[in-house]
Design a protein around this ligand. Sequence first.
Ligand SMILES: Nc1ncnc2c1ncn2[C@@H]1O[C@H](COP(=O)(O)OP(=O)(O)OP(=O)(O)O)[C@@H](O)[C@H]1O
Ligand SMILES: [Mg+2]
Length: 69
Amino acid sequence: MSDEVKGKVFDHLFTTKGVGKGTGLGLAIARQIIVEKHHGSIDINSTEKEGTEFVITIPVRNRVFFDIL
Ligand SMILES: Nc1ncnc2c1ncn2[C@@H]1O[C@H](COP(=O)(O)OP(=O)(O)OP(=O)(O)O)[C@@H](O)[C@H]1O
Ligand SMILES: [Mg+2]
């Protein structure tokens, strides 16, 4: 991915697929579930025209548990 694309992949409706092909919702929804619901993180390792790796980190216990401590 180019740096420009990398900066937008989690935006709602952002897609580089053709008209009628992609909704641009896949990664926005994935980010919502991982970051907002599970308080985790999603990171991108990407080399343009070679490949992309998404690294997902999700805490074992809910953050609310730690807030109480
Ligand atoms: N594995 C990947 N490698 C390179 N670029 C990716 C990858 N996954 C997503 N992208 C880039 O991020 C954009 C947004 O991805 P997202 O999953 O949100 O929507 P989409 O794949 O375009 O559409 P949909 O998920 O609805 O089919 C893609 O259009 C593409 O440019
Ligand atoms: Mg997708």
